[in-house]
Design a protein around this ligand. Structure first.
Ligand SMILES: NC(=O)c1ccc[n+]([C@@H]2O[C@H](COP(=O)([O-])OP(=O)(O)OC[C@H]3O[C@@H](n4cnc5c(N)ncnc54)[C@H](OP(=O)(O)O)[C@@H]3O)[C@@H](O)[C@H]2O)c1
Length: 239
């Protein structure tokens, strides 16, 4: 198993679902981990649970990735707390699924600002710190970043955009010793759809499967860069 002792990581949207599973995996590998999300009570609760189980190596910060100033403050506080930043996992995300005709401007902006602009803000603030010793940015995209479907125009646009952003950034910072990868999961059993995770959806990916993909990326021989990972349920119900 990979060892990340002495490394420091940010996981946005780390209070639930995929983000929490990634934070737990990085902590198990020995990293110091800062999670963030908007709801202060959940941030405090989850950070305390993670810290209690991992020798006080976890911290929580309230941060809305749609707010550039909130992101700047968050990244600065993490670097002040841990003294360095090695890994940025851009996971915070949301979806609103509605036909374009019915989608409000506010709904459109919420999706694009969270899933696309938010990743830009986090990268913009983190890059100067990652450059100091090299590092890794892993963006949680989606198979919706290549497969479009009705009612998903905003979500598709945000994730197709995130794929393009990740590819450009990967080429831009490789000689700064910063790796950029993105993971495109299919259906994952989380609260993303507004429903509680459900045992009847055992066929779906579990958050831990995406966390495993993150660890697998970090374990690669440094001469290679797996930049795009697609991961999907093996046997979804037949249509
Ligand atoms: N579940 C799936 O089927 C699936 C498939 C492919 C890709 N993905 C992607 O995987 C990522 C995680 O999804 P998930 O299924 O784990 O969702 P989830 O269970 O709903 O968790 C989302 C996390 O993001 C945080 N968040 C949402 N908006 C935020 C904002 N503006 N600023 C900061 N934090 C924010 C939430 O906390 P707060 O609400 O407190 O802010 C929460 O911690 C997303 O990018 C999603 O698009 C999910």
């Amino acid at each position: 198993m990979i060892t990340l002792t002495g490394k420091s990581a940010i996981v946005t949207g780390g209070t639930k679902g995929i983000g929490r599973a990634v934070a737990e995996a990085l902590l198990r590998a020995g990293a110091q981990v800062a999670i963030s999300a908007r709801h202060e009570d959940e941030v405090r609760k989850v950070a305390s649970e993670l810290a209690g189980a991992n020798e006080d190596r976890a911290r929580g910060f309230t941060c809305d990735v749609r707010q550039p100033q909130s992101v700047a403050h968050f990244v600065a506080e993490v670097v002040k707390t841990f003294g360095r930043l090695d890994l940025l996992i851009n996971n915070a995300g949301m979806g609103i699924f509605e036909r374009v005709e019915k989608l409000s401007v506010d709904q459109w902006n919420q999706v694009i600002e969270t899933n696309l602009s938010g990743v830009f803000y986090c990268c913009h603030e983190a890059l100067p710190h990652l450059k100091k010793q090299g590092g890794w940015i892993i963006n949680i995209a989606s198979l919706a970043g290549k497969n479009a479907f009705p009612t998903a125009a905003a979500y598709n646009a945000s994730k197709f955009g995130l794929v393009g952003f990740s590819e450009a950034l990967m080429q831009e910072v490789r000689y700064d010793n910063i790796r950029v990868s993105y993971i495109m999961p299919g259906s994952v059993n989380t609260e993303f759809s507004g429903e509680q995770p459900d045992a009847s959806k055992a066929w779906q990916l579990q958050p831990e499967d995406v966390a495993q993909a993150v660890l697998d990326l970090l374990s690669h021989n440094p001469r290679s860069l797996p930049s795009r990972v697609e991961i999907r349920p093996f046997q979804p119900p037949k249509k």
